[in-house]
Design a binder for this molecule. Sequence first.
Ligand SMILES: CC(C)(COP(=O)(O)OP(=O)(O)OC[C@H]1O[C@@H](n2cnc3c(N)ncnc32)[C@H](O)[C@@H]1OP(=O)(O)O)[C@@H](O)C(=O)NCCC(=O)NCCS
Length: 418
Amino acid sequence: MTRPADIDVRPVTEADFPDWNRALNTGFLMPPAVARAQLDARREQFVPGRTLGAFDGKRCVATFRSFDQEITAVGGALVPADAVSNVTVTPTHRRRGLLTRMMAQDLAAAKERGDVVSTLIAAEYPIYGRYGYGPATTMTEWTVDVPRAGLDPRARIPADGGRIDLVDGADVRDLGPGLHERVRRSQPGAVSRPELWWRARTGVVSTNGTPWTEPFYAVYRSADGEVEGMVSYRADDHWGDAKQPLETATVEWLLAATPAAERALWHFLCSIDWITTVKSGWRSPDDLLPHLLPDPRAARVVTQADWLWVRILDVVRALEARTYEGRGSVVLEVGDRAGLTGGRWRLEAGPDGASCTATTGSADLALDVGELGTLWLGDESAVRLAALGRVREERAGAARVVDALLRTSRRPWCPDMF
Ligand SMILES: CC(C)(COP(=O)(O)OP(=O)(O)OC[C@H]1O[C@@H](n2cnc3c(N)ncnc32)[C@H](O)[C@@H]1OP(=O)(O)O)[C@@H](O)C(=O)NCCC(=O)NCCS
């Protein structure tokens, strides 16, 4: 076995790229022979210096990629983020510290560039806490039992003077990015979406190598003609005995810039003849969906899990980038084993913004940088983390003060998987 020190961790070159892709497929348990189309699509994501590999001799045995992203902070500021993706270590080389080495290189470079946070979607919960990431948003998936939902099958949809049109992939590429910009700027936890995303979701390119079949796309326009919502869904062609259509519509993605668009699109999906089940896809935990149905219990939660993880790289800029619903002041003692942004910080915060400065004053709450990542977008409660022993009150009642400042009335959400 090669000693870990003899395995080279370094940025991937153009020449390494096919082998790096074979290693990526292997790590994700996809067929290791990379299709030409898949390689071409992934080449578009190749950023020299940001695509890392570990090499045992000539063979690539670990992959890691990061790219520039913006994440929407509470209040709407767009914060520069180091998005991490394509993390794999080949099964023959796991648990020898290769991920740790790639992560350390990437986070140091992100800090150097001035990124405020690093983001990722974790395949497994136990992987990333050790690097200072904390789960910061939640994903919920519902299954709607349509006949039980209580919607009037004769109702006109939408009922608000707007309209729904079925469109094709070219329309989605044309109208989708503008709608997404609008949605993500008002949704804390949402991230910028590369243009490639739209081509991959409309079959123009294939990053995963699977054969393409066209889904259905529907667009919602408000009464004044504004594009406010869009959905992509597939049906499964399932019929029961006695000649009953029992089809499931599975939502691939749904974007809604307004509550009216959200209402219209879910009602539309639940009104399609033959569809008796609607699977919501990955949604925000406080989506309006269940309560858009006369009987909300028709929408059963089938998945609830951590989604976007945040690693704060700069406590001052992260806390100053967001707004706060209440007004107050608190001193946080932030631990960071990697030495990137630890220290004692006084946060003075209010609805119009905040200042965060280094202080020698006594701390109110002590927490690891991962817990601060978990609290940053307002989804988690410091009181709850204190009960779990994951943050420590240095002053009685400090967790409650932190919650009054950091928590938000609507929950953060990240619509993207990357
Ligand atoms: C996750 C993965 C990249 C980890 O790679 P690795 O090289 O084994 O990681 P390291 O050796 O650097 O591990 C560092 C530490 O994390 C722990 N760890 C790594 N992966 C873990 C996992 N899946 N579950 C629990 N602990 C894990 C290791 O035990 C080690 O702990 P230690 O420091 O206490 O000894 C690798 O297991 C893999 O490719 N898994 C399949 C693909 C995947 O899930 N990728 C992540 C996509 S988001």
